[in-house]
Design a protein around this ligand. Structure first.
Ligand SMILES: [Zn+2]
Length: 261
């Protein structure tokens, strides 16, 4: 992670500058399982679709149990009733299916990070491309400001993270970052809310895709000022995350209402 922006030089942004008086609603009251099923389908639609890998967990504030997708179903086919519940030690306590042995990444991250209520993990293509080069995307476009001082590279690959002790080691490498790119593997994105985690997930794949294409031009992009990026970061997380999520939910429901079943 890079050094923090000094408070004195950071430009204001987000709710401190402007908040909408009204926002378009999802239009449906969603249970947590329904919302999570929508998140899976939306992210599958935009690249989180390796299909034999990837998981999202959601541990609500004050709870020890967490919601998770089952082993073996594709993200794009999940419905609300497919969502399983596991306890903090990864035992399935509700649901029709089994869950991944890599669930420990999530149980240990939730345990260590009160701010990480939602944890997304998958191998979207452009993140995986940079992960294979063991590098972070250069933040050369304003949307990349979302990850200013909040992105880390775990630059060692040690195979499948299938035990709690391996997961604790990984969590130690991630530290306080909201998004981690795992060398030769994929991405972990977190959020206080489902909206934040989904927005960060969608955005890191887009930012990696853009960074890759910028690299292909062979030209050197003009750097943005860190002070401007700090204000933009606040605007993206405080304003964009919720409306992005609401739009994703509306479009996903519109495409197939069975996601709510
Ligand atoms: Zn993985």
């Amino acid at each position: 992670m890079t050094e923090s922006v000094g408070v004195g030089c950071a430009r204001a942004g987000g709710a401190a500058v402007w908040s909408p008086s009204v926002v378009p609603p999802i239009g449906v009251e969603l249970s947590n399982s329904q919302a999570l099923a929508i998140a899976f389908r939306h992210l599958a639609d935009i690249g989180f679709a390796e299909n034999m890998a990837g998981h999202i967990t959601w541990q609500s504030d004050g709870q020890t149990e967490m919601l998770v997708n089952p082993w073996g179903l594709w993200w794009a086919e999940l419905t609300a009733s497919d969502i399983c519940t596991v306890d903090q030690d990864a035992r399935v306590v509700a649901g029709r299916w089994d869950v991944t042995p890599a669930i420990h990444i999530h149980t240990e991250l939730h345990r260590a990070r009160p701010d990480a209520r939602v944890v997304v993990h998958n191998h979207p293509y452009y993140v995986s491309l940079l992960a294979s080069l063991q590098m972070l995307p250069e933040l050369v476009h304003q949307t990349g400001s979302l990850f200013l001082d909040d992105l880390c590279l775990v630059d060692i690959y040690q195979g499948e993270v299938d035990t709690a002790s391996r997961a604790r080691e990984l969590v130690g490498h991630i530290g306080g970052a909201q998004v981690a790119i795992l060398a030769s593997h994929g991405v972990i994105a977190t959020g206080r809310t489902l909206a934040e985690a989904v927005y960060r997930s969608a955005t890191i794949e887009r930012v990696c895709k853009l960074a890759y294409h910028v690299m292909l031009t062979g030209r050197t992009p003009e750097p943005m000022k860190r002070s401007d990026m700090a204000g933009m970061r606040a605007s993206l997380i405080e304003r964009a995350a919720d409306v992005y999520w609401a739009g994703a939910a509306r479009m996903t429901i519109k495409a197939d209402r069975h996601v709510l079943d």
